[in-house]
Design a protein around this ligand. Structure first.
Ligand code: HEC
Ligand code: HEC
Length: 400
């Protein structure tokens, strides 16, 4: 064998290996599990309680219990039933289980080829979003939609861009078994993989009183960590909590007034403390009175119809400054571009929401002046919460 033949043989060998790797891991970017770090869990955090800017205590267990009263059907006693999954999440919630949830959220072992964790598409510093129009999953394929920021998710009964998850518990394992996002193939595969480490046994034991690793406990722990993610320390919250001490600038005040005006109607959809809209539990028989999704006239024909008819989740505007690009497909790179859409870009879609139509049923033309655009953007920037994006209790325990 001469040198040339030898090189050829080596090349064939290498290619063979690479191909094998791809078959085993469904992606050419696989990482060997023994290359992954162990979590560094120094310090203890309080996940059970949250101090609001006004000094009131928010109990996460109470929020879970509240959501257990399955809001889509109305409250128990008025035709609704209890969401037993969320009830169990409320009963089993503790600092130890949320700590376990934090580890699971950031652990790349949770993906088929050890390359992706929840945290890969949800970065704390940018409000748990990523900077991509659409995200890249474990095998290098792209997701259908823009990664959503995460804040106060326990308060919603309509998570995801098409509202398909009714609670944090309902959502918790979907990304793990999604064939683009994390690609796990079975409960057994996931459980065995975690059981093969030396740190999960003790963490599950502390969280649930037994070291066995089950799909149910994984789901509960992720739910607990997600549900503890409370964002309540934006400048807007400060102004509301300590009026007098923290004040609006002139521009922010102008933006706030515009946001809450009939002329824009922003507040009619982006409502409540999260500037969002959950599906309302409704009246006595539980029929929804407020839909948490709307068609905002992005296109005349939608490539992705969301919940149907181009309706998408009315997203929370908290930390919105950080989570560019915007909309379900990440089509706008800046808040200015979003404001421009509402100013003069709304399309006459047959299903355009009534709040964005004028008296004649045509798409509203708000035609903002430059100052008004700046004011709206200044107001939106007030919703950034610098405490939330730096709080070590939500940080990546594998980072150092
Ligand atoms: C490959 C990127 C990727 C990974 C990994 C990923 N997500 Fe997401 N996440 C997304 C995308 C994209 C959406 C929007 C999906 C949709 O609406 O169809 C989303 C939406 C969400 C939402 C909804 C927020 C809201 O307000 O409705 C939550 C919560 C969430 N993800 C949590 C998680 C958790 C927990 C994990 C890990 C178990 C995870 N994600 C893993 C990309 C990802
Ligand atoms: C009819 C209800 C409705 C009204 C009125 C409305 N929005 Fe929206 N908003 C939505 C929906 C639904 C989306 C997501 C649309 C999509 O991705 O298809 C959205 C998206 C956004 C986003 C981007 C969110 C993200 O995470 O990407 C911003 C910012 C925003 N709206 C601000 C405003 C402002 C400012 C106004 C007033 C000028 C306004 N909205 C009026 C329903 C509404």
């Amino acid at each position: 064998m001469n040198i040339r033949q030898l090189t050829g043989a080596i090349l064939v060998g290498v290619t063979g290996l690479v191909t094998l790797g791809m078959v085993a891991c469904d992606g050419d970017n696989a990482i060997a599990v023994n290359q992954l770090k162990k979590p560094n869990l120094i310090g203890t955090f309080d996940y059970e309680n949250f101090k609001s800017p006004s000094g009131a205590n928010v109990s996460i267990k109470d929020l879970l219990q509240f959501r257990a009263f399955k809001a889509t059907n109305g409250f128990p006693g008025s035709g609704g039933n209890v969401d037993t999954d969320m009830e169990e999440a409320a009963m089993t919630f503790s600092n130890a289980s949320a700590t376990l949830g934090r580890v699971l959220f950031y652990d790349k072992r949770m993906s088929l080829n050890n390359t992706v964790s929840c945290g890969s598409c949800h970065h704390q510093a940018i409000g748990f979003s990523d900077r991509m129009p659409v995200s890249v999953g474990f095998g290098g394929k792209t997701t259908k939609r823009n990664s959503m920021s995460i804040n106060n998710p326990v308060q919603f009964n309509n998570l995801f861009w098409d509202s398909r998850a009714q609670s944090t518990m309902d959502l918790s394992l979907r990304p793990v078994f999604d064939h683009i996002e994390m690609g796990m193939e079975s409960d057994e595969m996931l459980e065995k993989k975690l059981a093969a480490t030396d740190f999960y046994g003790p963490l599950f034991n502390q969280a649930f009183g037994t070291p066995e690793i089950t799909r149910r406990k994984i789901s509960l722990a992720i739910t607990h960590f997600l549900s503890s993610m409370v964002s309540m320390n934006s400048k807007m919250d400060m102004v509301e909590a300590n009026s007098g001490q923290v004040q609006f600038s002139m521009l922010e005040k102008m933006g706030r007034d515009l946001f809450f005006s009939e002329r824009t109607g922003c507040f009619k959809c982006h409502s409540g403390s999260n500037f969002s809209a959950p599906d309302d539990p409704g009246g006595a028989y539980g029929a929804p009175t407020v839909a948490g999704t709307a068609n905002v006239g992005l296109d005349k024909t939608y490539a992705d119809n969301g919940k149907g008819n181009g309706k998408f989740r009315i997203p929370s505007l908290r930390n919105i400054e950080l989570s560019a690009p915007y909309m379900h497909d990440g089509r706008f790179n800046t808040l200015e571009a979003v404001v421009d859409h509402y100013s003069h870009g709304i399309q006459a879609h047959p299903n355009l929401d009534a709040n964005l139509k004028d008296k004649n049923g045509q798409p509203k033309k708000m035609n903002f002046t430059q100052e008004e655009k700046d004011a709206l953007v200044a107001f939106l920037r007030m919703l950034t919460d610098p405490v939330f994006t730096k709080d070590p209790k939500y940080s990546d325990p594998f980072a150092n």
